[in-house]
Write a protein that binds this ligand. Structure first.
Ligand code: PNW
Length: 449
């Protein structure tokens, strides 16, 4: 970490933390919630490294008041959470479930009482199981169901949510969920998963219209991006880099800005119908950017199944996930978005940035996580540098408030600013929490506190 204080940010810069429903809520059988694909997936033997499920997770469903108090103590101006579709519309279609809607209604009100902007993600991967039984995102109708669900939520919360995020990381949901089978629903279709990309994007566009029709506040999508580092200097290496860039960085972004699909992933005319691209290009107010690390790419071996080979980047510190720590990659990425999408690009908010480390309480009960402080300091400097480069970045959300259930990794990866003891559910703010609190306070200044 640099010894200079973390730089200040423009007035009104949004300081936040992010979570998602299945990763923190628990309470899976309560108040009329229906099953999600993650309930099913986590129960299938061998899918989750520690054999755990999200049945209890951080028990946020019962401890939300304590968690909002932690947000208030941190001084964030926004909290990004996700709404569990199976909680508010258990069948994936039809009437809403009052018990589920009431939970989010209370959460939103509690945030507003504490002066925290509610930022609500509508889909963070927990599809109602009945929709998966009907084909999931491989089915076009799931896009229509998603818009109907967005309307239902907006009817209840639309007057108070300050930023809507339609989808979280549709690329990861497609690739790990439907391509590789590492996430729910556990399908292994590789490139045949393309309809999942189109139907998610179509659902996004239809949901934007539904939210607008309700007069709701600003709308965004949260994509994950990874700057591509081409390793090697042959034309084949560069072509591999371009192929990976099209898949990871452009497939879910070019169509948002009226550019259609990039070359490569084939836009099957049986899937992409007339008018769909106009629906998908409905204007958005903010682009949500989730950034973790760059990707090393080179040409594949002859006859390999993929048009690129991914290579771990050497020479960087690594997190407990073995992901390289490359703060300058965030500045590079923000510049790439500006240079690629130019006048079409709305303001950006970094909707996820964070790291997993093996944080354990010391003998004094405190949790020291200096690596996370170094990580956040570096990434905030990268955002500040991008703003100085002329990129319009209006917010930064840390993943995550709490240690939580990290999908296929179960409870083995701790991303939180707050440590969670999963036996007692005790929350212990880590040293990074105190550090970030001070950074936010210094940046916001006394007048806005
Ligand atoms: C994101 N990858 O997922 C999600 O939005 C969060 O729910 C998750 O907890 C967080 O990042 C940390 O993993 C990702 O394989 C999952 O590159 C996998 C990848 C990236 C992001």
């Amino acid at each position: 970490m640099s010894t200079a204080p973390t730089p200040e940010f423009p007035a009104g810069f949004r300081w936040g933390v992010s979570t998602s429903a299945y990763q923190i809520e628990g309470g899976v059988g309560e108040d009329g919630r229906g099953p999600s694909i993650w309930d099913t997936f986590a129960r299938s033997p061998g899918r989750i490294v520690d054999g755990s499920t999200g049945d209890v997770a951080c028990d946020h469903y019962h401890r939300h008041a304590e968690d909002v108090a932690l947000l208030a103590g941190l001084g964030v101006t926004a909290y990004r959470f996700s709404i569990a579709w199976p909680r508010v519309q258990p069948g994936g279609t039809g009437p809403g479930n009052a018990g589920g809607l009431d939970f989010y209604d209370r959460l939103v009100d509690d945030l507003l009482v504490h002066g925290i902007d509610p930022v609500a993600t509508l889909f963070h991967w927990d599809l109602p199981q009945p929709l998966e039984d009907a084909g999931g995102w491989l089915e076009r109708d799931t896009a229509n169901r998603f818009a109907e669900y967005a309307d239902l939520v907006a009817a209840r919360l639309g007057d108070r949510v300050r930023l809507w995020i339609t989808l979280n990381e549709p690329f990861i949901h497609m690739s790990l969920g439907y391509g590789m089978g590492v996430h729910a629903p556990g399908r292994t279709l590789l490139f045949d998963a393309f309809p999942v990309a189109h139907h998610q994007l179509l659902g996004h566009g239809l949901a934007v219209s539904a939210l607008r029709a309700r007069g709701s506040g600003p709308v965004a999508i949260a994509n994950n991006y990874s700057p591509v580092r081409v390793l090697g200097d042959t034309d084949a290496d560069r072509a591999a880099g371009a192929a990976y860039e099209a898949l990871h960085n452009r497939l879910f972004t070019d169509p948002l800005f009226g550019r259609g699909y990039p070359d490569g992933p084939a836009a099957d005319p049986g899937v992409v119908r007339d008018g769909d691209l106009d629906v998908i290009a409905a204007p958005i107010d903010v682009l949500g950017v989730n950034y973790y690390n760059p990707t090393g790419v080179r040409a594949p071996e002859e006859g390999a199944p993929l048009p690129f080979e991914l290579v771990p980047l050497a020479g960087y510190p690594r997190t407990a996930f073995d992901w390289p720590v490359v703060p300058e990659g965030l500045r590079e990425l923000l510049g790439w978005l500006r240079d690629t999408y130019r006048d079409d690009l709305p303001p950006i908010q970094v909707t996820e940035s964070g790291c997993a480390y093996d944080d354990t309480p010391g003998a004094d009960g405190r949790v020291h996580d200096p690596e996370r402080i170094t990580y956040l300091d570096g990434h905030l400097r990268a955002v500040r540098a991008a703003i100085d480069d002329g990129v319009d970045v209006t917010g930064y959300f840390v993943w995550s408030l709490l240690d939580n259930w990290e999908w296929a990794e179960g409870f083995t990866k701790r991303f939180g600013l707050v440590h969670v003891d999963y036996r007692t559910q005790a929350r212990t703010p880590k040293s990074s929490y105190a550090w970030l609190r001070d950074v936010i306070a210094a940046s916001r200044g006394p007048a806005t506190r």
